[in-house]
Design a protein around this ligand. Sequence first.
Ligand code: BGC
Length: 364
Amino acid sequence: MKLLCAVLLCTTSTAIAHASVTHSTFGKLPNGAAVEIYTLKNPSVEMRVMTYGARVVSLATKDRDGKMGNVVLGYDKIEGYLKDSSSYFGSVPGRYANRIALGKFTLEGKQYQIPINNAPNALHGGPDGFASRNWTGKEIPEGVEFTLVSPDGDQGFPGTMTAHVRYTLAGNTVRIVYSATTDKPTVVNLTNHSYFNLAGAGNGTILDEKLTIDADKFTPIDATSIPLGNLAPVAGTPFDFTKPETVGSRIDVDNEQLKHGKGYDHNFVLRGKAGVLRPAAKVYDAKSGRVLTVETSEPGVQFYSGNFLDGSLIGPGGVKYVKRSALCLETQHYPDSPNRPDFPSTELKPGQTYHSETTWTFSN
Ligand code: BGC
């Protein structure tokens, strides 16, 4: 009997808690449009996501003592997001996350030009990309679905694109599913640009957090952060995170690649078969005991160590987001793929559906 109870108890305690979903208005855009915010909540995770940029606004998880704390950088008012055109906090950049060299690419014999917003390149889909659009939100079981219709020629990209991003919560896991269709051949690369600090947003730097990346190779970059084209082994370099290593242990060593990125700002080539959800990265913070495990169906992950944060962006309660106070693990196709036929393709044709999936699992 005792054994049976133990088994029953165990079954009950591991059952996945359902998420409640509620929504309200977060604020208004200058054109008067309302920005809606959705709260996905269960006993272990509380996440707020809004229609503006399909952004994660806050994400609270438990530390080793069971205390909830927000682990992503953001603002408490819409005005904070509207003033900040450089960080991309919590957003879904698009139509092409990361860089396209000189903003140019050729598709089916025609050249396209995306406006330059990170000289001399286009970054995150141009100056008015998906991160600054007010998506349409709809409650779905355990979460929310955001939809955006990007017209033909939007930021220079061909084809009308309909994109969806679904955030759902199951137990300790946040699942993000991206999909997109087009009516003309185009390119697409979607990701989430959350800045994590597992010790709590605004609580010091991430230099002591221990990182593992499931990658034996990375794509070295030139001085403008465009891939040189080769896949270089991480072994014997500061880019080897195949075993847990603190972010800060090698970040300032004399290394040309670290100089180009002002720290880590590089795409890692993930092991295994793209298209299938598999381990990508893990972060452990000894101070709080929090662990973040990232899985993805994408071929790469951009590890960005918050090098361009400089204390000028101010979060809730006046907290300064200082240099390297958070890290991003942007699961995605490699940067500049539209100009690199040897990289996994980012082309999307009419009749095809782009599909990408990433999960964040929190434990302690
Ligand atoms: C880029 C960084 C950039 C940051 C914010 C990252 O995806 O790789 O270079 O500073 O986004 O825009």
